[in-house]
Design a protein around this ligand. Structure first.
Ligand code: FUC
Length: 879
């Protein structure tokens, strides 16, 4: 309680500080340098990490603070994790006790089963994403400051800081270049000789050391922890988990250390090596480099290049024994960048970045009195002052973060994208795959960044390889692969510790498979389906096919099931999370079986597996509607002790899946709405991101917007730990603490409000809220590889262009009739002949009792078909 109150005091005090800042700042008269709606800008430097601005090139990332006297770039490299493959915990076997646990569940001894699982079927945490280091630039100029401004231009992915001091205008431009794999910094003074600074690289890891080469380069070398444990000693001992941590405890269970982060000799020399280099590649003034860093005197312009690399050499190789040499990598990258001028580095960056970012433009119309204000003030004003341009800025920010964090050849966005400052970060800053990692990738296809999926696909392939071993050794299976709810760069597939309701969850194989299938539906890439998607889908489906058991009605269910992180009240009034046939399990398995059947038909392979899956699909436990008219979360209509729980896993069939749609399954559709009403409109940042998408799929634009307003809650530094999410002043999502999934969930949710294509047709403006009566969007993608540009007025579609990148039938649904120019269209009938618009019929729901009480408003729609040719654009206009 005390903590709670003090958190609130900090929160209110911080908000007050932010609110009073402008009065002071406005006297400095700073205005952003150009008229750009895709701009974050501030009149102050960042006083906290959650105010700093992120840049990234898909490999290295930095949080840029913009402080006047001391610039600070907190640095990350996306492969730098604690641990090693040999330290992945794999000592869980469930086969000898499986029948007895299933027996407990069948006999309604759910709490007992859960306790057994807690003690016997769980492992330990996965490894941690680690910060690399910090670059500090200490400026040797003093005097009063005027016109300070700090900007992040999303259209160019460049940070700019400028101010005046002693009559000199100082500017900093900082960007992360993907083609040159580096961070480029240009420092300038508009008077000769006015620029004086020292640059230093350091790191939070005590193994690190700075050195200098030539007179223009400094190098930071270090080694990440070989072992880093987020659980406290008290937790491990309370749970009697000492035996799972031989790194920290001896065989008698005695602590070997009084710390949980082990480096170098403390852990047999294990741990990943890293290196970062900073080089002055051009400029004037005098330059020297030594143990005290790099010193620049009396310059007017200096260009610095920063590179970083690690010894990571794949998920199965020891980074300390079989690693690649980070120095050789950096040497190569920095030498190549040094040969280029600032202008050519910038040009290469802009060509690469704008090619992706520039594909989508969004204008949500409306005028706001806040639109001329700095971004922090606009966030504060948002709730009571619809600022549509800020809603659009946050949408584009999600796309910016995707490009900055997830590029081919790199690692996928983890819980913090690629930006983390802590050695023991929240939830290890790895991949929580019971929602968070999937959410990170929701916007990729629909907002035209399909290429950014590449790192996720690579990770899942590796996870499947590791998961094949887990299926065999932990579950005694001959077929398929399995993974539980957390993964790091070492591709752990065993369950985490202590909490079955989170850790004992086996459904990510199916959920990941959906991303592969969706990629095929969006791109029509048959080769991708054959070589990448199908082998994974098949392995995941085989595992689940063997995992299913019969319930007492001979329906197939998962034998040991949790609905991520939620509890229910058991028949004997205990609290438990373990049951059979949870709704999410069944939805994911139904989806995966149907899609694997479809894929095997398309590819004309695996007939006998297809027949097995068809048989099992027909016998799966169907969706159920409970007494409150809600979609049941479990096989039995249990009460939840926490009805407003942040996870809404049981609604998977509506979003991200496509089994529940308004026209095909209206009863289930209404039941989902009821469930979501019960869950409420608050929760963590990422949960709000999820709810925006779900209300959009329920075609309720105003309700989706209500959640958007809630997401625009300013959250103070450090976070208020009461489950109330929102945004930090740098527009990053607060779970709290910072977690990037909410940003991606928001971006995808906004796109789903404007365009949907999961239900057999392309629906334009399915969930437009009343605050966006007029607007325009270009470049969104629909399944079938259709690019959609459109504008609307009075909350109705007015005109647009559909570009067909794949050919095939285009089925379009609108709330007013539209005419396609130059081609014949007809009213749609029957199934869409375009196979990329498949969706799934889940069969009739079972009803426990009562009827659905929520009935959503019925809107009249017009649905037409027209044939398209590859590469052609089709103009349409409202009639
Ligand atoms: C899930 C959530 C938590 C947190 C964690 C990283 O387990 O329930 O709120 O977001 O992931």
């Amino acid at each position: 309680m005390k903590n709670f109150i003090s958190n609130w005091v900090i929160c209110i005090a911080t908000l007050f500080m932010i609110m009073v800042k402008p009065c002071y700042a406005q006297t400095t008269g700073y205005r952003p340098s150009f008229n750009n709606t895709n701009l974050l800008w501030y009149k102050d430097s960042a006083t906290d990490w959650n105010e700093a601005l992120p840049i990234g090139n898909g490999f290295i990332g930095a949080m840029v603070f913009g402080n006047i006297q001391q610039e600070h770039l907190q640095l990350n490299e996306n492969t730098l994790y604690s641990g090693e493959p040999s330290l992945v915990y794999k000592k869980v076997v469930i086969t000898p006790t499986f029948d007895s646990v299933v027996g407990m569940i069948r006999n309604h001894k759910n709490a007992e089963a859960e306790e057994f699982i807690r003690k016997n079927w769980l492992g330990r945490l996965h490894h941690n994403y680690e910060p690399l280091g910090d670059l500090y630039l200490d400026f040797d100029q003093h005097g009063a400051i005027t016109n300070y401004g700090r900007e992040l231009d999303l259209e160019k992915a460049i940070i700019k800081i400028s101010y005046q001091q002693n009559g000199v205008v100082y500017t900093r431009e900082i960007f992360a270049s993907n083609p040159d794999r580096s961070i480029i910094i240009r420092l300038r003074a508009d008077k000769p000789g006015a620029l004086n600074f020292k640059a230093n690289l350091s790191s939070i890891h005590p193994t690190s050391k700075q050195s200098a080469v030539n007179n223009n380069t400094i190098i930071l070398k270090g080694q990440a922890p070989g072992y880093a444990e987020r659980r406290s000693f008290a937790e491990m001992e309370k749970w009697k988990d000492e035996y799972k941590h031989p790194e920290l405890y001896d065989s008698l269970g005695k602590r070997k250390f009084d710390k949980r982060v082990l480096y170098g000799d403390e852990i047999g020399g294990l741990g990943m090596f890293f290196e970062s280099r900073l080089k002055v590649i051009s400029g004037d003034g005098s330059l020297s480099a030594g143990l005290n860093g790099l010193t620049v005197k009396k310059a007017s312009e200096v260009i610095l290049v920063l590179v970083a690399a690690t010894s990571y050499n794949g998920w199965q190789k020891s980074p300390s024994r079989e690693g690649v040499d980070p120095s050789a990598k950096n040497e190569k990258t920095i030498t190549s960048a040094s040969k280029k001028s600032y202008q050519s580095l910038l040009a290469a960056h802009l060509t690469d970045y704008t090619k992706l970012f520039g594909r989508v433009t969004l204008d949500l119309g409306g005028k706001s009195t806040a639109s001329g204000l700095p971004t922090d003030q606009r966030i504060i004003a948002f709730k009571n002052n619809p600022d549509n341009a800020l809603a659009s800025l946050l949408f584009q920010y999600g796309r910016y973060l995707m490009i900055a964090g997830s590029r081919a050849g790199g690692q996928p966005n983890n819980l913090q994208g690629i930006w983390n400052k802590e050695v023991l970060p929240p939830w290890n800053s790895g991949y929580t795959i019971n929602i968070n990692t999937e959410m990170n990738y929701w916007p990729a296809e629909i907002t035209n960044l399909s290429e950014c999926m590449a790192p996720l696909f690579t990770m899942v392939k590796e996870v499947a390889e590791s998961g094949r071993e887990t299926a065999k050794n932990m579950y005694g299976r001959k077929r398929g692969w399995v993974v539980h709810h957390n993964v790091s760069i070492w591709r752990e597939t065993y369950p985490n510790d202590n909490s079955p309701r989170a850790s004992f969850w086996l459904m990510a194989g199916g959920w990941f498979s959906s991303h592969f299938w969706e990629h095929y539906l969006f791109t029509g890439d048959l080769n991708f389906l054959r070589t990448q998607a199908y082998p994974l889908m098949k392995g995941a489906a085989e595992f689940y096919a063997d995992w299913l058991v019969e319930n007492d009605k001979k329906q197939l269910v998962t034998p040991v099931s949790t609905s991520p992180e939620n509890n229910f009240t058991t028949v004997d009034k205990q609290i438990s999370s373990v049951s059979m046939g949870g709704t999410m399990d069944m939805a994911i398995i139904r989806e995966l079986f149907q899609r694997t059947i479809d894929a095997s038909e398309i590819l004309k392979i695996d007939e006998s597996l297809r027949n097995e899956l068809k048989d099992k699909l027909a016998r799966l436990l169907p969706f159920k509607i409970g007494a409150r008219g809600q979609l049941q979360e479990w096989q039995d209509d249990y009460q939840e002790p926490e009805p407003q729980h942040r996870h809404i896993s049981h609604l998977y069939g509506l979003y991200p899946g496509n089994q529940i749609t308004q026209h095909a399954t209206p009863e289930l559709f209404n039941a989902v709405a009821k469930s979501l009403e019960i869950r409420g409109d608050g929760a963590t940042g990422w949960s709000m991101g999820w709810k925006i998408n779900t209300w959009a799929r329920l075609l309720q634009g105003d309700h989706a917007y209500k959640i958007i307003q809630n997401l625009f809650t300013p959250v103070a530094f450090g976070g208020v730990k009461n489950n109330a999410g929102g945004l930090y002043m740098n527009l990053l999502d607060a779970c709290p603490p910072f977690q990037i999934d909410g940003n991606f969930g928001y971006t995808s949710g906004l796109a789903e409000m404007l365009l949907q294509s999961q239900a057999g047709f392309i629906q334009l403006l399915p969930a437009l809220p009343s605050v966006w009566p007029e607007g325009k969007v270009t470049g969104l993608m629909a399944r079938g590889n259709f690019k959609v540009d459109m504008q609307w007025k009075n909350r109705k579609i007015s005109s647009g262009v559909i570009t067909s990148l794949q050919g095939g039938n285009c089925r379009l649904r609108t709330s007013v009739p539209v005419k396609i120019e130059g081609v014949k269209s007809n009213l749609a009938e029957g199934e869409n002949p375009n196979p990329l618009f498949r969706f799934i019929f889940p069969g009739k729901p079972e009803k426990s009792a009562g009827t659905a009480v929520t009935t959503l408003p019925n809107v009249k729609y017009f649905t037409i078909d027209f044939k398209t040719e590859i590469g052609k654009s089709y103009h349409f206009i409202a009639e």
